[in-house]
Design a protein around this ligand. Structure first.
Ligand code: GNR
Ligand code: NI
Length: 167
């Protein structure tokens, strides 16, 4: 297994659009395992392939405290959603920034798992927020893009400054 490098905002590769996975094979499963290891070691509650510079529709999520509830979503689709929930979000690609974002409160997701089987999941709470956050990454969207232009400018400046200081 391997810990993968997580792209840091503002990196233009975070805005690439991921392509659907056409075949779930051993290469897909290896990527999923490495993504899970990367997420747990960060630590984070979710990770999208986009964040490790792989532009395929794959996300992993585990919101449990015990780190034993890994969920893998390949080609995820939200087929129903309701309500609004406000959650303070963070992102492994935007370290140290936490801001409140509006999301759907409950969602129904259909996806394929690492064995190629299609499943449907109802989610709410942090799990629902996290799935929506990860699915945004797959369409090149980072959570800070929901904030005001002023906040986005400040966040970009802060992260660029930090990159200069640590590289
Ligand atoms: O670790 C993460 N925590 C988190 C908290 C609130 C809402 C969303 C998230 S996802 C984030 C990991 C990450 O960046 N996934 O893309
Ligand atoms: Ni993120």
């Amino acid at each position: 297994m391997a810990i993968l490098k997580i792209l840091q905002y503002p990196d233009e590769r975070l805005h690439k659009i991921a392509k659907a996975v056409v075949r779930v094979d051993e290469t897909t499963r290896k990527l999923v395992r490495n993504m899970a290891e990367t997420m747990y070691s960060a630590p984070g509650v979710g990770l999208a392939a986009t964040q490790v510079d792989v532009h395929e529709r794959i996300i992993v999520v585990d919101v449990s405290e015990t780190h034993d509830q890994l969920k893998v979503f390949i080609n995820p689709e939200i087929i129903a959603s309701s309500g609004v929930s406000q959650c303070e979000e963070g992102c492994l690609s935007v370290p140290g920034i936490y801001e409140t974002v509006n999301r759907a409160e409950r969602i129904t997701v259909r996806a394929v798992n690492e064995n190629g089987a299609t499943f449907t999941l109802n989610a709410e709470g942090l799990l629902a927020v996290c799935i929506q956050h990860e699915m945004d990454h797959l369409i090149g969207r980072v959570f800070v893009e929901y904030l005001s232009p002023l906040k986005q400018t400040r966040i970009r400046a802060k992260l660029k400054k930090r990159l200069r200081e640590t590289m």
